[in-house]
Design a protein around this ligand. Structure first.
Ligand code: NDP
Ligand code: MG
Ligand code: MG
Length: 335
């Protein structure tokens, strides 16, 4: 797989024209500040009464309506939540784009599932940093950068790829290295990862382990430490050096237990369920359900979230975390 770095990028294709960043949240703020510090002329598009207008203005940006910002810019980056894209694009952005303009996304969902259909004369590109906005900003400030994926869905100008890789470079993504992908690959793998492994899989694994211990009569506090709290140590090792580094740092007994018991828990049945999850992503079922849930005002989502946050492990966790004040340090997000 080819990794593209600063020397491969042609940032002038982006830097020579105005860039509109729509949304000033996690990604929007980081992209806007990094682009500005890379010499770009950046304007911010927000809706009337946005909670983030003051923050963008305080950082020195000119804030306009989404429509005005889209009209003024040659590259429009839509960095609001995915479920808001369709309405914003149809009413405010599409009518204000001109032939040769570029529309940029940080995730392929909206385009892959045809929530928006940009005109044929518009470049449609993606730059997806592999990290949250605060990291994208922090690494840039250090002179480094978070690796990015980039992709071209539609090349109307003949320069779509230069724009995508150029934008990735301007937010710091080619210091570390940018990898070319497609909207389909980025979206399907991103959704699968968060559902089967990172968010859905990991939390269910933790809760199932915690419940197995507490149902067997072990103290909830001890179960919490063993199944949730200590996960961080393992994840940090995996993050830093993969399975190899983890195995270097855990006991031999833990390695043996990992090798003989891991495959008993995550087995062929689990893999078959993972394939089901992937199939629903690939055939659009997941996207359709999520869009319909949003259109209905998220009743099921809210009920499931409420139940998820009111389970025993959360009560135990609250008590124990109060004993560990170093955990309370506020996570820096979009603020
Ligand atoms: P955020 O939720 O942080 O975006 C919030 C911003 O969008 C605020 O400025 C908010 O202002 C504005 N906004 C929200 N709804 C609307 C609306 N209906 N109309 C106009 N403005 C609106 O988004 P993220 O940064 O998390 O995500 C942006 C994109 O980046 C998504 O496509 C996401 O998939 C992708 N992405 C996100 C990553 C992350 O780490 N968060 C990582 C990689 C990609 P207001 O006060 O008006 O609501
Ligand atoms: Mg995701
Ligand atoms: Mg294992």
């Amino acid at each position: 797989m080819q990794v593209f770095t600063d020397n491969d990028a042609k940032p002038a294709s982006v830097r020579d024209h105005k860039v509109a960043i729509i949304g000033y949240g996690s990604q929007g703020r980081a992209h806007a500040l990094n682009l500005k510090d890379s010499g770009c002329d950046v304007i911010i598009g927000l809706r009337e009464g946005s909670s983030t207008t003051a923050k963008a203005q305080a950082a020195g940006f000119t804030v306009m309506s989404v429509a005005e910002a889209s009209k003024a810019a040659k590259l429009v980056a839509i960095l609001t939540p995915d479920m808001s894209h369709e309405a914003i694009f149809d009413s405010e952005i599409a009518p204000n784009l001109e032939a040769g303009d570029a529309l940029l996304f940080a995730h392929g969902f909206t385009v892959l599932y045809e929530r928006v259909k940009p005109a044929d004369d518009i470049d449609v590109i993606m730059v997806a940093p592999k990290g949250p906005g605060d990291l994208v900003r922090r690494e840039y400030e250090r002179g480094a950068g978070v690796p990015c994926l980039f992709a071209v869905h539609q090349d109307a100008s003949g320069e779509a790829r230069d724009k995508a890789l150029g934008y990735a470079a301007l937010i710091g993504g080619t210091v570390a290295g940018a990898i070319q992908t497609t909207f389909r690959e980025e979206t399907e793998t991103d959704l699968f990862g968060e559902q089967a492994v990172l968010c859905g899989g990991a939390t269910e694994l933790v809760v199932a382990g915690y419940e197995t211990l507490t149902e067997a009569g072990y103290a909830p506090e001890i179960a919490y430490y063993e199944c949730l709290h200590e996960l961080k140590l393992i994840v940090d090792l995996l993050y830093e050096g993969g399975l190899t580094k983890m195995h270097e740092f855990i006991s031999e007994t833990a390695i043996y237990g990992d090798l003989v018991s891991g495959p008993r828990v995550i087995n062929d049945e689990t893999r078959a369920r993972m394939k089901d999850v992937l199939t629903d992503i690939q055939n659009g079922t997941f996207a359709r359900n999520w869009v319909a849930e949003n259109e209905a005002g998220k009743p099921k989502y809210n009920a499931m979230l409420e139940a998820d946050m009111n389970q025993p492990i959360e009560e135990t966790g609250k008590r124990l975390r109060a004993m560990m004040p170093w955990l309370q340090q506020k996570r820096k997000n979009a603020a």
